[in-house]
Structure formats: C-alpha cells, structure tokens
Design a protein around this ligand. Structure first.
Ligand SMILES: Nc1nc2c(ncn2[C@@H]2O[C@H](COP(=O)(O)OP(=O)(O)O)[C@@H](O)[C@H]2O)c(=O)[nH]1
Ligand SMILES: [Mg+2]
Length: 220
C-alpha cells in the first residue's frame, strides 16, 4: 500500500477490537499513530454510540449504573489507529478527590497526548452544555484540540425541537471556537452514524498521521 492510498483509506469501524484498559493515563498504550477519544457525562449514551458505530453490541459495555466505569478503554481499528472510551464525568457520587485527580489527568491527556487527533463529546440533547461539559470544552480549547459534539438520544425529541437545539448549540459555540462541530445522533435510530464516521475518518486517516508511523516493512 502506498502512502497515498493509506492516507485516503476508509476506516472499517466493524473491525474495532478491544485493546486494553487503563486505570490512569500513564498506563495508556504507546503514544504513536492516531486516536480519537469519546467523552461525555455518565449516561450520555457514550457506550451505545461506540457500539452503534462499530456494529458491535457489546464492545463498550452499556451500563445501568452510571459512574461505575472509571477505566479508560482503548479499542484498536488498526495497528496505528485507536478509539478511546474515557470514563463518564459529572457523576455526583464520585468523591471530590477522585474527581480532581481525574480532571487533572484529563487536562493533561488533552494537552500532551501526541496521537490524540480529536475529541468526540456526547451530550444528551435534552440537556446540552452542562457545567462539566463546558469545563471539558474549555480544556479542549486550551489544548487546541478539535471537538466534534454528538447531541445524543435525538429520537427523544421531535424533529423540530431537535433541529432548533442543534442550531442553538452550534450558534453558542461558534462564537467560542472554530474547532468545534455539532451534529444530531441517535443510537436507537442509527441517526448520524455516517456523519460521525466521516469525522473520525478525517481525523484518523489524515496523511500527517503517518509521519511518525513505524516502518511499514517490505510493502511500504
Ligand atoms: N432513546 C435512546 N436511548 C439511548 C440512546 N443511546 C443510549 N440510550 C440509553 O441511555 C442509557 C445510557 O446509555 P449508555 O450508552 O450506557 O451511556 P454512557 O453511560 O454514556 O455509556 C441507556 O439506558 C441507553 O439505552 C439513544 O440513541 N436513544
Ligand atoms: Mg458507558
């Protein structure tokens, strides 16, 4: 495969496979290639979105006990491309000291993780832009990290109200940063999956990604 073909490939998200869990960013896999992280409040629909994207019902566990998962889960799409499932934030029962430690890690991850190409942020369309969401957005902005927002569970609203929420969130954030995009999403209806796929494809297969890729061997 030539570099050009590699740079214009279309990712097959069905091939996503569990790579490893990490209890802290320090234990993340080697920082090379490219990855995109998924973040959102507990119960925002993050696990469902990853499962929908990858056509794998149980890849990221959907949970009825929000906040329990404090592990960072890494999934590989190829040897050098990863999806990262970050722990849900904004869960009231997590002790303050734990929250603070996690917040610091998150801030550093956004700032220093070389392979991180972008952040997918999930917000329930019925209550977008909560305080922890805004906190997350400000860290992303400080790190100049592009953010793609999914307004999740869009099926919970009628078309009109969903559309007007989309427009108002877009409008509010457009004054703040030009590194933010927003779309409607529903795992239940499989709405917005292609748009999300295109964004991830763009982030993960950009040719600059291959600058620090390991030697491809005799086919390279
Ligand atoms: N109606 C609807 N419910 C959803 C959707 N996505 C997730 N949910 C539900 O929202 C709850 C939390 O979803 P989950 O994916 O576990 O959220 P996470 O905590 O962010 O990983 C579960 O009961 C899901 O069934 C969606 O697109 N539409
Ligand atoms: Mg989850």
């Amino acid at each position: 495969m030539t570099d050009f073909q590699a740079a214009t490939e279309t990712l097959n998200f069905r091939k996503a496979a569990f790579l490893q869990s990490a209890s802290a960013i320090e234990n993340a896999p080697t920082d090379f290639g490219s990855e995109v992280a998924f973040a959102g409040r507990s119960n925002s629909g993050k696990s469902s979105a990853i499962n929908t994207l990858t056509h794998q019902g149980k890849l990221a566990r959907t949970s009825r006990t929000p906040g329990r998962t404090q592990l960072i889960n890494f999934f590989s799409l190829s040897e050098h491309q990863r999806l990262v499932d970050l722990p849900g934030y904004g869960f009231a029962k997590v002790p303050l000291a734990v929250k603070k430690k996690w917040n610091q890690q998150l801030e550093r991850y956004l700032q220093y993780r070389e392979s991180l190409r972008g952040l997918v942020m999930l917000m329930d369309i019925r209550h977008p832009l909560t305080e922890p969401d805004r906190q997350m957005l400000s860290w992303a902005e400080a790190a100049s990290m592009p953010v793609h927002i999914l307004l999740t569970k869009a099926d919970k609203l009628k078309r009109g109200p969903a559309q007007s929420t989309l427009l108002s969130v877009r409008e509010e954030l457009s004054t703040q940063s030009d590194l933010i995009s927003v779309q409607l999403f529903s795992s239940l209806k499989r709405q917005g999956v292609d748009t999300l796929g295109r964004q991830l494809n763009h982030w993960l297969t950009d040719s600059s990604v291959f600058d620090d890729a390991p030697d491809q061997g005799e086919d390279g």
